[in-house]
Design a protein around this ligand. Structure first.
Ligand SMILES: *Cc1c(COP(=O)(O)O)cnc(C)c1O
Length: 397
């Protein structure tokens, strides 16, 4: 049993706000603010460099990895935290390509997040060994798994539409074809149950500022399947991934465990905040989160489709194929999102025409869904969105 009114009470919820954007930036867990203050004022301000040992700053990346691991079905000591998702993906892809050296195709899909594809292309240029990146439509990925594919690199839940790949099935097919598999769990960790061990994925990466509520700029995580970790070349051989960083050896020897995926100094303040944010997951059952997420998404879809004929559902209708967000298509989508924001309902827009609504059961319930759907219906019915102030584009959508 997961008590969602208890989890909600752990978050700071601005008065009058309905927040359906936790898929982009999770809300602030109340205790994270006091933890940040303590880290800054006491651990940094008073204890200074002694905190590397006395406050165990140096072990934060592994400690956080162990807090995230249960949410993604990863065993103890198989996840480490640091840097950004873009960087962790670079490391995973470079390692995976090196583990499958005779093949030249990187397979992804055309719904993948731009940074994932840019990072892959950048790495391919650096390696300069004739790699090809294929980005078919998501439903065509399986048919392209052949003996040329070195690495299958997919994001499980599509950031635009919420469409969800079947991780277990695709991983198995990829392994049969002799490819290694990297999953990007940016929109999965804390959103849907993930079982990396059961699907035998080789690598996984994700971020902690979305459903894990680690705050803006919170660090990423990387998982390496335990039997692969000692052959996975870290690609960015930073000093803190060294077997003995404080020997300051002239030559690099990777740590014999997941710590080899560390690069440089940990972002201590941000990591301390994330450590506090992870406490909200204590006693939370991901299966219960998933059930409630599906119920909230279905409630929203039904309410919006009944009242907003101009909005076209862009997410899969079948909840089994959808993550924890619902998207609609509308040419004036940007202005609609702005008009909703003026009414205290926060969602976001993804070019060219997607309105995105994230459902985070830890702090969103049926009442918020009703309020949001009513506001959206009013904005659409009155054409309130079509006012000049809602059309001017801000840099971040
Ligand atoms: C959010 C997201 C990112 C963001 O990467 P950062 O390096 O953290 O900015 C990357 N990939 C996917 C699939 C995402 O959803």
């Amino acid at each position: 049993m997961t008590d969602f009114s208890a989890t909600k009470s752990l978050f700071h919820i601005p008065k009058g706000l309905v927040y359906l954007n936790g898929n982009s930036l999770g809300m602030l867990p109340k205790s994270a603010a006091s933890r940040a203050r303590a880290v800054i004022e006491h651990e940094w301000g008073e204890m200074l460099g002694r905190s590397w040992n006395d406050a165990q700053w140096m072990q934060l990346p592994e400690r956080l990895g162990n807090l995230i691991a249960p949410l993604i079905g990863a065993p103890e000591a198989s996840v480490v935290v640091g840097d950004t998702l873009s960087i962790k993906l670079y490391q995973a892809l470079a390692s995976a390509l090196a583990l499958n050296p005779n093949r030249r195709v990187i397979l992804s899909d055309n719904g993948n997040f731009p940074t994932d594809l840019y990072i892959a292309e950048g790495l391919m240029k650096t390696l300069d060994r004739g790699y090809v990146l294929k980005t078919p439509a998501p439903q065509e990925v399986e048919s392209l798994l052949d003996e040329r594919v070195a690495v299958l690199m997919l994001t499980q839940v599509d950031y635009r539409t919420g469409r969800m790949h079947d991780m277990r099935r695709i991983t198995e097919l990829a392994h049969k074809a002799g490819a290694l598999v990297i999953w990007d769990l940016a929109h999965s960790a804390g959103a849907v149950p993930v079982d990396l061990a059961a699907c035998n994925a080789d690598f996984a990466v994700g971020c902690s500022y979305k459903y894990l509520n680690g705050g803006p700029g919170a660090p990423a995580f990387i998982y390496v399947r335990p039997d692969r970790v000692n052959s996975a070349r870290p690609a960015l051989p930073g000093w803190l991934g060294h077997a003995t960083p404080f020997a300051f050896a002239r030559h690099y020897t990777p740590a014999a465990d997941i710590s080899r995926m560390r690069v440089g100094s940990p972002a201590v303040i941000q990591m301390a905040v994330l450590e506090e944010a992870m406490k909200v997951w204590e006693g939370v059952d991901m299966a219960a989160v998933r059930r409630r997420s599906i119920a909230l998404c279905e409630q929203f879809i039904a309410a919006v489709e009944a009242r907003c004929p101009l909005l076209e559902l862009a997410s899969p209708r079948n909840s089994a194929e959808r993550g924890s967000q619902v998207s609609f298509k509308f040419a004036g989508g940007y202005a609609v999102i702005q008009a909703l924001s003026a009414r205290g309902v926060i969602a976001d827009f993804r070019a060219p025409d997607i309105l995105r609504f994230g459902f985070t059961p830890l702090y969103i319930g049926r009442d918020e869904v009703d309020i949001a759907a009513a506001a959206l219906a009013e904005v659409m019915a009155t054409k309130a969105w079509d006012q000049p102030q809602f059309h001017s584009r801000k840099p971040v959508t």
